[in-house]
Design a binder for this molecule. Structure first.
Ligand SMILES: Cc1cc2nc3c(=O)[nH]c(=O)nc-3n(C[C@H](O)[C@H](O)[C@H](O)COP(=O)(O)OP(=O)(O)OC[C@H]3O[C@@H](n4cnc5c(N)ncnc54)[C@H](O)[C@@H]3O)c2cc1C
Length: 439
């Protein structure tokens, strides 16, 4: 898989991140005949979208949409993918950019691994499965998840007891316990930053006591609980396996609050909470589901009717602010809610079995630390102007998707296509530049 980049050391376009933005930009560029390299820090491409259960507003199965894109990129003759590869520096040159990447050891030779999983079946060391929000178990050596691309095993050095069983059963001799991190320098004509988002810490608001209860979960954990192949196969409470009868969503639990450094709106939380509430009411028909919100921001096409449908299904929408969450001894949670529609000061405690916090979306990668692109006031990569939303402050470096700010999948894909078009135009202009202008 390393051939294209390592042989020539040069690609037309390097895409940072193999989430849906990076995959779409890469496919659009490769279809135009450009050689594209995707560098993804995780062991599989797919980004956050491959972790989702279903997607608003259509309620399509997320992996049914993401997997074909992942597969199309993996099989495209003009695309090369390096997984477990972190981009950690981009230096603009007179023509193009020098990109420094670090390949993390996976202790498995990807050229030799055939994805047979014999190592995984033979390994008897269990560890938590990060793909399933650490609720399920996996083996110390395993393919990251069922539809991971590439289908290559990865060894977890923190869990591995180095018993050597995997090496003995591997039919191709792919296990390499002595792998070390490797740094590569790649020249790219242009770069697309598609490094996406992270969620701020569950503990960012100490008054919610997330560190004290396993039943206060993140929205990404709820996505895994709702996924057909999730950790339990159904929605259960993490602390004791109880079927939850009363579930609360706490909105703006890490956004729209200057005191925690996230004054902006994370944009997708209202919609994913409504989606999860609808899916829960299907999975647990007799459960009470309440969404505590400041305002509902149903900004996209079809989103308002999605919200109205949720109300018609009997989901409780309570306008108010959750001031505090107190874990009870039986695992339940007491929410102290200030109901703003009934006047400030009306704080009432409400008991729920399970609480989902809508954390804030923050940049996954601070590109400005490794390259001269300017961040915006929210810390995400800034666009060079309102009329060029995918161009950055550095010519030849473009941005797409959640790397530029919180956004939904529809806007992410549209932006990735726009970035690909801008890259193509920029590379053509560069080819036409007189040689003396390059020196
Ligand atoms: C709980 C939840 C539910 C959601 N549900 C929906 C929904 O139903 N519908 C909808 O429209 N949207 C939904 N969203 C939003 C959706 O997840 C985003 O729109 C989408 O994932 C953005 O894609 P992306 O490729 O820009 O970023 P990401 O998915 O974050 O992908 C970025 C990729 O870049 C990689 N990367 C980052 N830095 C580096 C680096 N330095 N080197 C190499 N690789 C790097 C990351 O590992 C990652 O794989 C939801 C979000 C959340 C949090």
């Amino acid at each position: 898989m390393l051939r294209l980049a390592a042989d020539s050391g040069r690609v037309d376009v390097l895409v940072v991140g193999g989430g849906i933005a990076g995959l779409q930009a890469a496919l659009d560029l490769a279809d135009q005949g450009l050689k594209v390299l995707i560098c993804e820090q995780q062991a599989s491409i797919g980004g956050h979208m491959i972790e989702l259960s279903k997607v608003f507003p259509t309620l399509d199965c997320a992996s049914c949409i993401t997997t074909p894109k992942m597969s199309a990129a993996a099989h495209h003759p003009n695309i090369e993918i390096l997984t477990s590869t972190v981009v950690d520096g981009i230096e603009p040159l007179h023509a193009g950019h020098r990109v420094r990447v670090t390949r993390r050891p996976t202790y498995v030779n990807n050229d030799k691994c055939i994805g047979c999983r014999l190592c995984e079946y033979a390994c008897d060391t269990e560890c938590v499965d990060p793909f399933d929000a650490s609720l399920g178990a996996t083996r110390a050596i395993a393919v990251p998840f069922t539809n991971a691309i590439p289908q290559k095993a990865v060894l977890n050095p923190d869990a591995c007891g180095t018993c050597g069983t995997c090496a003995r059963v591997c039919p191709t001799g792919a296990i390499e316990f002595d792998q070390q991190p490797e740094t590569l320098e790649i020249e790219a004509g242009a770069v697309v930053l598609a490094s996406g988002f992270a969620l701020n810490a569950m503990t960012v608001k100490p008054q919610y006591n997330a560190a004290r209860s396993r039943n206060i979960i993140s929205a990404l954990t709820m996505e895994r609980l709702l996924a057909p192949h999730g950790p339990y196969g159904r929605v259960l409470r993490p602390s004791d396996g109880k079927i939850p009868g009363s579930i609360a969503f706490v909105q703006c639990a890490g956004s729209r609050d200057a005191s925690i450094g996230v004054p902006y709106c994370s944009r997708v939380c209202c919609m994913y909470a409504i989606k999860q509430a609808m899916l829960l009411s299907g999975a647990l028909p007799i459960a009470d589901i309440t969404i505590y919100f400041m305002d509902i921001r149903a900004f996209g096409k079809g989103y308002e009717s999605f919200y109205q449908n949720a109300k018609a299904m009997g989901i409780n929408f309570v306008r108010g602010k959750v001031a505090r969450i107190v874990p009870a001894e039986d695992g339940d949670l007491l929410l102290h809610v200030e109901r703003t529609e009934e006047g400030i000061g009306a704080i009432e405690p409400v008991r729920h079995d399970l609480v989902v916090l809508a954390q804030g979306m923050i940049p996954e990668w601070h590109a400005e630390a490794c390259t001269p692109v300017h961040p915006g006031p929210d810390g995400f990569v800034a666009a060079s102007s309102l009329t060029s939303p995918t161009a950055t402050s550095v010519p030849g470096i473009f941005v797409a998707g959640a790397a530029a700010g919180p956004k939904d999948i529809v806007d992410t894909i549209a932006e990735a296509g726009a970035a690909a078009m801008q890259v193509t135009r920029w590379l053509r202009q560069e080819q036409q530049r007189p040689v003396e202008a390059l020196v």
